[in-house]
Design a protein around this ligand. Sequence first.
Ligand code: HEM
Length: 510
Amino acid sequence: FAVVLKSRRRQGNNHRRPRRPPSPPKLPILGNLHQVGKYPHRTFARLAKLYGDPMLFHFGRKPVLVVTSSVAAREVLKTNDLIASDRPQIETANRLLYGVNKDITNAAYGDYWRQLRRLCVLHLLSTRKVQSGRSVREEEIGLLINRIKQNVQIVRAVNLSELLFLLSNDVICRMALGRKYDVGASTNFKDLLAEFTGLLGTFTVGDFIPCLWWVNRFTGFDSRVDRVAQQFDELLNAAILESEARNLEKRSNTNSSCSSVITEDNYDDQTFTLPFIDTLLQLQKDAQLDTDAIKALILDMFVAATDTSATLLEWTMSELMKHPRVMKKLREELRRELVSDEKGEIIIGEADLEKLKYLKLVIKETIRLHPPLPLLLPRQFIEDTTILGYDVSAGTMILMDAWEIGRDPADWTESPGEFWPERFLNSDVDFRGQDFKLLPFGAGRRGCPGISFGLAVVEHTLAHLVGKFDWELPGGVEGQELDMTEATGFIAYRKTPLVAIPAINVSQKF
Ligand code: HEM
């Protein structure tokens, strides 16, 4: 009798009407696409006040769960971590990244993704690998500082945004390919990467309304995608040839007849200093990776590392210029904790960064207010599930509004919209995926594996920019008047570049 009752109950459950999350009214065919606007993270924040959290949108026919609170974020990223670990398949990403399931970021959840993730975590982004990039970072930050010093002497404003993008581009270029590709190359690598990232972040109408697939062909979007994909492919093929030549030279120098192919078992200290491309090519056989997968993985690293770190730096400098009290306090910390050379110039080594507690609070506060990816990266549910009592179907896309979550007065009770790094004093709230009210790097299985890599560049560069220079806005504009408008797109850059005049820091003479 109990069995019959149980099975009846189960049948009853299966047939109850699903309880869906609240949705704004939608249009035929378009669904809610017309409501998303230029700044989707702001639109979602506004609509959540009317409809609640989470909300169910429809982009064309695609259901999209939008999360705007830490409570729902925890339910998705912790309680349902496994079920929420897929990514939606986006046609443009597949065209740019060597087809379906080649790179890590867009790979469907499964064995192949797990294999790539392991490779990244162990061999490309591990603590030792990040440490091995120290000399690259120091050299590139040194070049940045010299470029700025040249402008100090003639009291000229510098385009800090441009310089910061160049820096993070050069760092990842050297770490991934072993050298910079900008200087003297026929292709302007930086511009090509910017175009690549822009295209990758574009959802097109055909992604959500399949019968409109032809629009991209008609507007010329598809041919742009194909051109950029081909240009990168040529560049990566050349980089692979260079890597093979390096490997050959190394073998002939060591006069060794045995192959220098590395496996997971013969990984030595020297291997950690290799560029990503050399490591991946040498692990290729052991890891059974095809060459397209290696190229796709390298491209992922470029996109993931360049704009995120540079954007975080440009917002941090913007907030500091807007808040001279915080800039002064940070500079005092740098003077107090670091030693100076005989000319009075502060010496900043990576080992010193641990001492800079206030600098870390400044970065944390900036990333709370300006997460470089305000909606993280889209995920997708693998199975039907429930989120805060609402039924959600397999295949539903997930957008996590980290921008709104970081400003939600329910979690950030004291002036949530204000830039105030001291809010993190005596607080252990962190952004590494354990605190669902601060999610700039996501969380769970698919959370960002490059946090340490990114922060190593950001912290070190910020210490140099603030420790070595005083900054003013051109035309006598006061910091408080600095325009803080964001650009549109999946990465929240500044809308206008940050331009500022550097001056010799009072305690220093160059
Ligand atoms: C300030 C710097 C950075 C920010 C704000 C950032 C943010 C993010 C976010 C929000 C995600 C999606 C997480 C999720 O779905 O839960 C992500 C994924 C990822 N990030 Fe980062 N990231 C940064 C730097 C880096 C760097 C430097 C690298 C590598 C060099 C990197 C590599 C990746 C990869 C490979 C993924 C995809 C992971 C997967 O799908 O399994 N990121 N990042």
